[in-house]
Design a protein around this ligand. Structure first.
Ligand SMILES: [Zn+2]
Ligand SMILES: [Zn+2]
Length: 370
């Protein structure tokens, strides 16, 4: 009988994850099979779990193997895969980081080398977990890494707890601040100190930000942001209205605002205040609002007369993942990279993990499928 592996299967909003078993796929030439060590519950996982994102309406087939913020070891290598993207020899059992989406390499976006904009990069999630290769997400014992995909050998100093968030959260904000063109000495404002928010503080700091202002209202999150390099805090419990928060950010910045403001809350209600906190010539970096169909209201003249720009960002290039891992390795003693994963749960307790992270006090729940 073929070997099987366990997976937490998502049936749609309002339904609990179910543990099922599927045959473990044999990698095609150029592909690899990853044995998952940790798979985090990301803010975007909560969006579909809560029903803010409707997978059925988005055309994603159910049941589905979800989860995208993960790390693992090589279980099997397909024919021809002998090295990682940096040319280092790969063997079964090696720990690796990789992107969870798959640019096709031959569309208009890919040919222009904008791999993060490949329209079919998430085609792995247009296949139900009922179909081969079954393991297309992180909440299962394995992950099928499609052919010709960049992966990076992880140094022993970077633990699984540190590396899990590199896929998605950490590299997402690393790419964002790179693309926004943050310059040394500038002010960064972070709306929301969840996983992405705390990572953004360290990246901003390392890219030379003069000041890193964080807006949140939960003690554990504000404290972790401080440990990740934030120096100034706007507490939602003290500054309870958008007007008060905008005024506070202006006071803190010589009436200027943030040169780069990151939206990492994931609610359109924060867009207007985020834009009004953005300095003239500054950039509003929109990463969190992934709920299709939700609308934000703001005054567009504010963008025009301040020569501001809005950058939307989903996903990143493989090179961003490599750069983010290098930055982590260089700053292991400076930031508590291991602390973002705050709670761990066995695969069977995935429903409890989602419920507890949803309450806000769990920065990142990590699922351990093996
Ligand atoms: Zn994510
Ligand atoms: Zn493409």
């Amino acid at each position: 009988m073929a070997e099987t592996g366990r997976m937490a299967v998502f049936h749609g909003t309002g339904k609990p994850f179910e543990i099922r078993e599927y045959p473990v796929p044999e990698p095609e030439p150029g592909a690899a099979l990853i044995k998952i060590a940790l798979a985090n519950v990301c803010g975007s996982d909560l969006h579909y779990w809560r029903g803010e994102q409707d997978y059925a309406r988005m055309g994603r087939p159910l049941p589905l193997n979800t989860g995208h913020e993960h790390v693992g070891t090589i279980a099997k290598l397909g024919e021809g895969v002998t090295t990682d993207a940096a040319g280092r020899r790969l063997q079964v059992g090696d720990r690796v980081a990789y992107r969870y989406f798959f640019p096709c390499g031959r569309c208009k976006a890919c040919l222009a080398r904008h791999f993060k904009s490949c329209p079919v990069r998430q085609a792995n999630w247009l296949v139900s977990c009922e179909q081969w290769p079954h393991f297309q997400g992180g909440f299962g014992q394995y992950f099928y890494l499609r052919p010709n995909h960049a992966m990076f050998l992880l140094p022993p100093e970077i633990t699984d707890e540190m590396a899990a968030g590199a896929n998605c959260a950490y590299t997402q904000v690393y790419a964002g601040l790179d693309i926004a063109g943050l310059k040394a000495g500038q002010t960064v404002v972070v709306q929301g100190a969840g996983g992405l928010g705390v990572y953004a503080c360290a990246v901003a700091r390392e890219m030379g930000a003069g000041r890193v202002i964080v807006i949140d209202g939960i003690d554990e999150r504000l404290e972790l942001a401080r440990q990740f390099g934030a120096d100034t805090f706007v507490d939602l419990r003290e500054f309870t209205t958008p007007e008060a928060r905008v005024k506070r950010v202006k006071e803190l910045t010589d009436n200027w605002g943030g040169d780069v403001v990151l939206e990492l809350v994931g609610h359109p209600g924060v867009v207007d205040e985020g834009l009004r906190m953005t300095a003239p010539e500054g950039t509003y970096l929109e990463i969190g609002n992934i709920n299709v169909g939700w609308k934000a209201e703001f005054d567009p003249s504010w963008i025009i007369f301040g020569n501001r720009r809005i950058i939307g960002l989903a996903h990143y290039e493989a090179e961003h993942l490599r750069g983010a891992l290098d930055l982590m390795l260089r700053t292991l003693t400076k930031y508590p990279w291991h602390k973002v994963v705050s709670h761990k749960y066995p695969l069977e307790e995935i429903n409890r993990a989602f419920a507890e992270q949803d309450k806000g006090h769990v920065t990142r729940a990590a699922i351990m499928p093996n």
